[in-house]
Design a protein around this ligand. Structure first.
Ligand SMILES: Cc1cc2nc3c(=O)[nH]c(=O)nc-3n(C[C@H](O)[C@H](O)[C@H](O)COP(=O)(O)OP(=O)(O)OC[C@H]3O[C@@H](n4cnc5c(N)ncnc54)[C@H](O)[C@@H]3O)c2cc1C
Length: 406
């Protein structure tokens, strides 16, 4: 990887932390990207192994607590800043960036929905100290990609719960210190009457049920798992999952995923640019024919960046204001998030494809410095990761009643 594109963030930083923290974090992530993630990315991909070196380096630099509010010891990054961290890392290793993004999504849910709760405040302070890695189990055998319904239920006694789930996909769950699990509120609850439960690694057993030998995103290590867990009822995130999903999990997921898909595409375009410059050096005074293709693909890359950055800025403008939280549960916001996810997940593989047309056979070869195989395969996961068809069906039903489309 030769170039780290900067995804400038021009939004006002949140009130509760010093901007210096973010600059230091970003510098650390840049360093981890170029010095650690980039050199292990091909091996992580080849062996479908967890990017352990990169996560160790991120832990050491205290990047895993970037989403924890400064009042609890974290960096208090807003969503624009978290997205910039993910997009930077994605230019070196898509799998590592996806792990970081999924982790930030879970921390964001705890920080935003457990912020008034003593247990979760204590957990976040511990998280800053120990740099826990958090994974997610929303998908389930029988409900598949429908995150807003569950079959499993959380069973409560006076102080404790038990929760067993058969998950179809659980990224890096075998390496996580905690997992946020969606479940029905109790065994009489409807499928969509869900809560989110923090399951600690030491309180659960995980039996791997499927393999993870995929085209791309191989380093996320995301097979199916049968989980059996127990814990204190304090570990159930306050409020219904319908709230934490609409106000945090969906916007964090779609914005952070879009930012890292952009990072993968940006690295592919950087390789294409270096190829075109090489051609120009070989024939001084003439503009290579591939330069026009480069101009066209960089336009698409820019449009993609503007899409996730403006969504992140809009979220940051709404999010700190408790009275505006209803906007995040509105149909207009849900449609915006759906559009962002569908358009960026389609744009990423298209951009990589166009970069490949520029680079040609050197991009097609697996053993070339300009190889684009991993970028291509990683980007293909984007439209499946919560199926675009499923999202389009939800948008379609909203658009039947939503009139205010400007
Ligand atoms: C890299 C990666 C990491 C992941 N990590 C996790 C994780 O950590 N935790 C987790 O819980 N999950 C994770 N997932 C799972 C993911 O979020 C989805 O739940 C899963 O990919 C959906 O699986 P599916 O395609 O079999 O199911 P479905 O979404 O059910 O799709 C199956 C088929 O049905 C079609 N379809 C579905 N609904 C409709 C509709 N309404 N109209 C038309 N067609 C429709 C789809 O297009 C598709 O062809 C991960 C997925 C990937 C790719």
């Amino acid at each position: 990887m030769s170039i780290i594109f900067e995804a400038d963030v021009s939004v006002a930083p949140p009130q509760i932390r010093s901007p210096k923290n973010f600059e230091a974090l970003l510098a650390s992530v840049r360093q981890v990207s170029t010095e650690v993630a980039a050199s292990h990315a091909a091996d992580v991909d080849r062996q479908a192994r967890f990017p352990a070196e990169t996560l160790a380096a991120l832990r050491k630099a205290h990047v895993l607590s970037a989403a924890v509010p400064a009042t609890l010891g974290g960096a208090g990054c807003n969503l624009s800043e978290l997205a910039q961290l993910c997009s930077t890392l994605a230019q070196a290793c898509g799998s590592s960036a996806m792990v970081l993004a999924m982790h930030f999504i879970q921390v964001g849910c705890i920080a935003r929905h457990g912020q008034d709760d003593d247990f979760f405040k204590g957990y976040l302070r511990d998280h800053v100290k120990h740099q826990y890695l958090l994974g997610s189990m929303t998908s389930e055998v029988g409900t598949y990609g429908d995150t807003r319904s569950s079959i499993c239920s959380v069973e409560r006694t006076a102080d404790n719960f038990t929760l067993n789930k058969d998950a179809t996909t659980g990224s890096y769950c075998g390496f996580a210190d905690g997992i946020l699990v969606t479940t029905r509120r109790d065994h009489d609850a409807a499928a969509n009457d869900q809560v989110l439960v923090l399951v600690r690694r030491e309180d659960c057993t995980l039996k791997q049920t499927t393999s993870w030998d995929t085209l791309g995103m191989r380093g996320t290590c995301s097979p199916g798992f049968r989980m059996e867990s127990s814990g204190s009822i304090k570990q159930i995130i306050p409020g219904p999952y319908s709230d934490s999903s609409a106000r945090t999990m969906v916007p964090y997921s779609h914005i952070l995923w879009a930012s890292l898909w952009w990072g993968i595409a940006a690295d592919a375009v950087a390789k294409a640019a270096s190829f075109v410059r090489g051609q120009a050096r070989d024939k001084p005074g003439a503009i290579p024919p591939t330069a026009k293709r480069l101009a066209e693909v960089s336009m698409q890359l820019d449009a993609m960046k503007n899409n996730w950055q403006s969504a992140a800025q809009a979220f940051d403008a709404i999010a700190p204001d408790a009275t505006s939280q209803d906007q995040l549960s509105s149909m207009a916001w849900a449609l915006r998030m759906n559009n962002l996810k569908m358009s960026c997940s389609e744009a990423a593989p298209q951009i990589v494809h166009r970069a490949l047309q520029i680079v040609g056979i050197l991009g097609y070869k697996n053993d070339s410095p300009l190889s684009l195989g991993r970028h291509y395969r990683d980007a293909l996961s984007a439209s499946l990761m919560i199926s675009n068809d499923r999202i389009a069906a939800k948008s379609a039903s909203m658009l039947l009643v939503y009139k205010d489309v400007a």
